[in-house]
Design a protein around this ligand. Sequence first.
Ligand code: SAH
Length: 452
Amino acid sequence: MVKVGGIYRAEIASLADNGYGLARIQKESIYVKQALPKEQVSVKITKRLKQGYVGEIVKWHVRDAHRVSSPCAVYQGCGSCHLLHCEYEKQLTFKQEMVKDWVKNSRLPLTVQPVIGMAKPFGYRNKVIVSFQRDRSGKLQKGFYEEFSHRIIPYQSCLLHDDLMDDVINSIAVLAEKQRIEPYDERRRRGFLRHVLIRKGRVSKELMVVLVTAAASFPGRKGFVGALLKRHPEITTIVQNINSRSTSVVLGEEERILYGSGKIEDVLLGNRYQISSKSFYQINHEQCEVLYRKALAPLELKGTETLLDAYCGIGTIALSAAGHVKQVIGVESNKQAVRDAISNAKNNRIGNARFICDDAAHYMEEAAVRKQRFDVVVMDPPRSGSSEQFIKACARVRAGKIVYISCDPRTQLRDLAVFKRLGYEGNTIIPVDLFPHTNHVESVVLMSRKEK
Ligand code: SAH
């Protein structure tokens, strides 16, 4: 029997979905942190999971030629990157293999294209969230959660962040220490500062700081905001978000604008977008443009179509397509995002776009009852995927073409199987690397209705 704490020699068979190397020891699955396929290692078992064990390499016997030494100081502990130890080109191959495996398991007749990667895969994140704690000596620290835990791994700078974001976060930590602002302690449910979220417009350079606090009352607020702006005049807006619940969800409902308009703007594929703190906006600007182009180009839009952008966020896909179709309609359940989308249509003088705040499946079912027709549906649901209800309604509105964009190809393939039963099929799946150095991958599939 495999024992936690035991050390075993193993060969890594493949890369698991979570980015860990997968080995078999005594018929058990061992997920080995930072291991690459074909490497031979001695692994120490650190944890038992439902589906196997987690282990850490204590010695290499054979290393992979694509292994690179990680240039990150906190790579061992931080749970964000899983593939930083692997050459970037090879990461793309692994991701393609991963998608191929999922496609094979789904039995859908899809060809997997090579993963579209980035020329410079660092500093790409336009949004960052950090948390705070006091260390044993009482010093205030900022950092990311360790994987599988709520322990905070302190950091100075992250290779995936824009440098300015880390500078601002460092300043916030220094000022919080100076003004005795207590970090929130999850276990004791005491303290004030829970997280800081920063968003930066890639093109506009506008910068939003969201201070997530456990209570509304913010003693020393004016001094804090003034000192932060003095250090960083490049900050465009500061928002206080109040989250008093015992939850791992970062943002609470209530917000107060402490400086600026509470929003920033950015430019994507030529349109300007207003972005609120709670609205979704793709974190990798450069690859988002690649993704949208890949999603829209094969539709060969003629200017006569009605296009539905389901799960539309702040309307980025709908408004990117608006100039190429007769009409676009966006549906989205987050109120703030819908408000942003409506403003975005107006600010870009786009007159043929409408946005509706509703559950996508509910909206689609009602559209089917009204006998509304959509020539094209573009859908980009959250990681959990769409629903049978939505997919069935897509068939009922007789959408001619459907583009499915996903940040988890596994849920996408699950949904594509439902589409297939209803007569919709695609030929290729295009993976796009929106999240270099992590185990995540985005994917696009164009489906059309097969006439019986
Ligand atoms: N297409 C956008 C947003 C994609 S993220 C973009 O590329 O930026 C997925 C979006 O789906 C989020 O904005 C989320 O708020 C929204 N969403 C989640 N569940 C939903 C539902 N049931 N109905 C409508 N929108 C939903």
